[in-house]
Design a protein around this ligand. Structure first.
Ligand code: IMP
Length: 449
């Protein structure tokens, strides 16, 4: 397997970080291709927890190079903080292991302030964003007035871009009833950005070229998606989505290679469903069982700490995610959490207010808000062991659940995760199992065009 794209098949938080950490052992480069530090990927290695928001989750493997592709929006403060944190823990002694595309758009301070001001002003219509400035940065990218990394590291050019950017942001902030940026604050921002630019400059390099070189030398590439299918700006529950395409095809566009690199796709789903922020969620539980799932699964946002909304696994939404991503195999996470319930349910279809049963995912949020889930009830599973060597190590009730999913969804389940730690999972496809041989790669460094 030359490349694999790992994407969320729900509303994010499916456990991609843990899986990427495991699969990275079998990869020569791990690439992020969309989103920014709205993501929060939690890794637990030898009992030590690391939460990454921007740096790819492969960074804990010392033989793996990590790349941030052009499709990612980068907050320079967060990038520098994560690099410092990893260095302090001895996990990034060799800086050539981290490459950032010079074409990444930069999250500037005003993007964060605008994100928060807009949410504040939207009242009951708010999206429930992470307030990390993701939306405003992608807006500027599409409007062709964004600041890219290669400009961010050029002090004079950056100073001019900041002055123009602040002017535009000020008019929007004032219209939203927020404080504009004033003289001293702007000068401090310029100085701070120059300093961050100096620290980031050595990290810049051609990500697309790196991927092709690694592939041509026989290496393997792992693309790490952030958020999930249902938060995709085109195919998700618009407008309650993030501002990037999270689907697998974006792996190619967001890193500078062709679509053939995105043909093998691992979709990740929890054994139940969660969502953070606003928007429709047909299988949401408003009962004590929802609370129980939140407590048992530790369902609180890794980025914002917000409690996640919890509900049953939704096969209608999953089939949609499988189609838009071209999912070829599925990972099911947190099966241990679901197994702790004495009974559980799965949403197999939706019912419209007039009683019609549908099994396709509606694109209109007003329709999605009105559907009722058609649920199938299951008796709870027997206790799961935390060490699994083969499928038969799972109790029969859990095996039946996995078989049911495969039959309903038409894709093989190749990974089953039963705990947050490395090792608490079963990998059923031999091609995913670690087999690391080093390949020689000269990183194409430099920010020049
Ligand atoms: P934004 O990406 O900060 O603009 O937020 C837009 C929507 O996406 C909100 O509902 C967020 O809660 C959600 N979101 C963004 N990133 C993540 C993530 O990594 N996991 C789960 N939800 C996310």
């Amino acid at each position: 397997m030359k490349s694999l794209v790992c994407v969320g098949a729900q509303w994010g938080d499916e456990g991609k970080g843990k899986l990427v950490d495991i699969l990275a052992e079998n990869a020569h480069v791990v690439v992020r291709f969309q989103g920014g530090n709205n993501a929060g990927h939690t890794l637990v290695v030898d009992g030590v927890q690391t939460i990454l928001h921007l740096v790819p989750s492969g960074i804990l493997h010392e033989n793996t190079t990590c790349a941030i592709g052009n499709g990612v929006v980068v907050d320079p403060e967060v990038l520098v903080q994560e690099v410092e944190m990893l260095q302090a823990r001895g996990k990034l002694d060799d800086m050539s292991r981290l490459v950032v595309s010079p074409m990444c758009h930069v999250i500037m301070p005003w993007h964060k302030r605008l994100d928060a001001a807009r949410e504040q002003a939207s009242g009951s219509h708010k999206i429930g964003t992470t307030r990390r400035g993701i939306g405003p940065t992608y807006e500027d990218k599409a409007a062709r007035r964004g600041i890219r990394m290669y400009e961010f590291i050029q002090p004079q050019r950056l100073t001019e871009r900041i002055r123009t950017g602040v002017m535009m942001a000020n008019s929007m902030l004032e219209a939203l009833g927020d404080e504009p940026y004033l003289g001293v604050e702007i000068e401090e921002m310029i100085q701070r950005c120059h300093k961050l630019g100096e620290e980031i400059a050595p990290l810049l390099g051609d990500v697309g070229e790196l991927i092709v070189q690694i592939g041509e030398s026989g290496g393997r590439v792992l693309f790490e998606g952030a958020q999930g299918a249902l938060l995709d700006v085109d195919h998700g529950t618009y407008p309650y989505v993030t501002s990037s395409n999270c689907a697998a095809a974006q792996a190619a566009l967001g890193s500078g290679v062709g679509p053939a690199w995105a043909s093998e796709v691992l979709g990740v789903t929890k054994a139940y469903t969660t969502r953070v922020g606003e928007g429709p969620f047909p299988s949401e539980l408003h009962t004590a069982v929802g609370e129980q799932l939140r407590e048992l699964g530790g369902e609180f946002g890794a980025t914002t700490g917000r409690p996640r909304r919890c509900g049953w696994l939704d096969l209608v939404a999953l089939r949609h995610a499988i189609r838009i991503n071209g999912v070829t195999q599925l990972a099911v996470t947190k099966l241990d959490v679901l197994s702790k319930l004495s009974e559980y349910q799965v949403c197999e279809a939706y019912e419209l207010p007039d009683g019609t049963r549908i099994d396709r995912f509606p694109y209109d949020p007003l329709v999605l808000e009105q559907v009722k889930p058609v649920l199938k009830a299951f008796v709870g599973m027997d206790d799961l062991p935390s060490t699994l060597n083969k499928f038969e190590d799972l109790p029969g009730s859990a095996q039946s659940f996995v078989a049911y999913l495969q039959e309903q969804l038409g894709v093989p389940v190749t990974i089953i995760s039963v705990g947050p730690q490395r090792g608490e999972e079963l990998i059923l496809d031999a091609a995913l199992v670690p087999n690391h041989q080093s390949v020689a790669v000269a990183t194409a460094r430099g920010a020049q065009a």
